[in-house]
Write a protein that binds this ligand. Structure first.
Ligand code: SAH
Length: 360
């Protein structure tokens, strides 16, 4: 039994069941032996593979997107390029390499990585050796001396805790994690969800689940406030949907397979699909302009993913060319990552027209 599991069971025995959100927080980040803080989970030898790890074109296209936004902001001499949850630092490395061609961009940038995991900070340090990087635990810890901010978040919001509410005969109840008679973790529910579930979902069928993630909207709100005050943009890419909607999307992944959510807390990745409507509303309420939601496939194609792959293939071997085509397909095809993954963008001032989004 891992320490995370023992800790959860002790806590539940002492104080009663914990919410799904608290379960996620303890399993993923709260302790030194929580999932993200005790390992590098990415890549073929790890638990899951993300877009920047699939192909360099992902980070490169985002780097050029950032440089274009920076130019539209008036090419400020001082600005922050912030990444939330940078994983191995691969996206940032590829983005900066691509944006090198834009005069003035690298001379003006401060790189800020928001990363809670010491284990992953070490990997990021190795990936970005020659660059001055500021690490922060939370977005709130970034002071406003950096000027305008361009914030990128790939598969960050899905890892932040989500509350689940289940429709019972007696109304909505919050889904919790308790301990059964045999001492194993189990799902249960406690009263008190009626006030939280959005009106349009109230009458959903018994058994329906609604997910609400205040930890995600709180980050969106502070990012929105900062952008609205100082200028800049947020680009958030993740798997998710345009809510409100019912559905249990909580999932655990280990060694590239779905596993039981309660089976291995602390040693499996735990995420849920992101409600982009909720994030967008938090950003808009903060004063940023939110662009119409795009799919990852449409966004990358609009940025020239196919042309970038064609350029890389010029000097590639036949095997490398096949890998490039496969990566492009994986990132953009609707049956792969192209449509489940969405891209949310918020900007300020409202006149900034970021590439890849239809004008709103
Ligand atoms: N963006 C990367 C990694 C995604 S995995 C990629 O696309 O490859 C999620 C990342 O978010 C990891 O770096 C993890 O350590 C970080 N993370 C998760 N929860 C966090 C939190 N509450 N605060 C800061 N970083 C967090």
């Amino acid at each position: 039994m891992t320490d995370v599991v023992q800790h959860l069971k002790d806590l539940i025995r002492a104080d009663g069941p914990v919410t799904v959100a608290e379960f996620m927080r303890i399993a993923l980040t709260a302790r030194g032996d929580s999932y993200y803080r005790s390992r590098d989970p990415l890549g073929a030898a790890g638990d899951f593979v993300t877009a920047p790890e699939v192909s360099q074109i992902f980070g490169e296209l985002i780097g050029l997107w950032c440089a274009d936004v920076w130019r539209q902001l008036g090419a400020p001499k001082k600005f922050a390029l912030v990444e939330l949850g940078p994983g191995r630092g691969t996206l940032m490395r590829d983005a900066l390499r691509a944006a090198r061609v834009v005069p003035g961009f690298l001379d003006s940038v401060s790189i800020v990585l928001v990363e809670v995991s010491e284990a992953l900070r070490r990997v990021q340090r190795d990936t970005l050796p020659a660059l001055p990087v500021h690490w922060r635990d939370r977005f709130d810890d970034i002071d406003d001396s950096h000027g305008p901010m361009i914030v990128v978040a790939n598969e960050f919001f899905d890892a932040l805790p989500v509350h689940q509410f289940v429709r019972t005969q007696a109304g909505w109840a919050e889904r919790c994690v308790g301990v059964d008679a045999a001492g194993e973790l189990m799902f249960g529910a406690s009263a008190g969800g009626d006030a939280v579930v959005p009106d349009v979902l109230r009458d959903a069928a018994v058994g329906s689940i609604v997910e609400i993630a205040p930890a995600r909207t709180a980050v969106a709100q502070v990012v929105g406030e900062r952008i609205a005050a100082s200028g800049g943009a947020l680009l958030a890419i993740d798997y998710g949907f345009a809510g409100p909607a019912v559905g249990d999307t909580l999932q655990a992944v280990k060694a590239h397979r779905y596993v039981d959510v309660l089976a291995d807390p602390g040693t499996a990745d735990l995420t849920s699909h992101v409600d982009f409507t909720a994030l967008g509303e938090a950003l808009a309420d903060s004063g940023a302009r939110v662009c119409p939601l795009a799919t990852q496939g449409d966004f990358l194609k609009a940025l020239g993913a196919s042309a970038r792959v064609a350029a890389l293939k010029v000097k590639a071997s036949a095997a490398q060319a096949a890998d490039l085509d496969a990566a492009l397909h994986r990132l953009t095809d609707a049956q792969a990552m192209g449509s489940l993954f969405k891209v949310l963008c918020a900007v300020a001032p409202a006149s900034v027209q970021p590439a890849g989004f239809s004008a709103s």
